[in-house]
Ligand binder design. Sequence first.
Ligand code: C5P
Length: 289
Amino acid sequence: MLVHANAKINLTLNITGKLENGYHTLDMIMQSVTLADDVYVEAAEGDRVTLSIDKDGIPTDEKNTAYKAALVFLREAGLKRAVTINIKKNIPSQAGLAGGSADAAAVFVALNKLCGDIFTTEKLCEMSREVGSDVPFCIIGGTCRAEGTGTTLKKLDDMPRCRILICKPDINVSTPVAYRLCDEFGVDVERRNSENIINGIKINNLYTISSNLYNKFEEVLDLSEVRRIKDIMLLYGAMGALMSGSGPTVYGIFESDDLTSLEMCRTRLEEGYSQVYAAEPASSGCVIE
Ligand code: C5P
């Protein structure tokens, strides 16, 4: 079975507090985009999970979220199966695009289908939290407001049609380190960006959405590469631009009929960056082919 596992971007990401277990409470609007990994999943008689990925440098054992997802699914289902997972990676790793979480979500969705839909989507989301905070969103997908530790999801209407240009600079950001830096900055709970964007979605107004993008990590990390990419995107006609998740990937929102600006911006970015992708909003997280 082939599942297209969509990446996510954050339209908003604010940190609203810190729990005793060290995790943070968040207020986010998450959006699936059409930049996707192809995840092939098969189940047969036996009891071994095997994983292969068409790119070097990504673990293929229990450390991999897709591998973990298979183990958690089989344990929860009380089943023994030989699960074979092959991933064609298109989403950059360690990028703030939930690439690993998208692969895990695809494994949950595929195994559930292959095993005769034994779990509801709600139950799949619940068990998937163990694999990573972004996995439930990647199962549900589309446009969601996420609160709690990022796993309490409310599905919103689809965002308006547009084009999304994605650029990953060649730098690495550690998510736990980014959270620690945010702790030093303190929380600001008064932000209205998510409410304003929800309103923008209701009235189908891309301008309201683009002018209310916000990411606490972007503000706190203040990376020069991120500033540079945002400046280029805005100069070339993006309606808004933001770093996604804990970074370092930046995306820009372009009007859907403004292909010329997007292509000129893409060409300009490709002069300095090797990972530049054009995508669109997607209305689901995983698409079974
Ligand atoms: O759940 P996930 O594996 O995506 O989390 C990675 C790291 O991000 C955690 O170890 C934790 O340091 C941090 N995190 C957090 N609060 C959240 C989600 C993640 O502090 N709500």
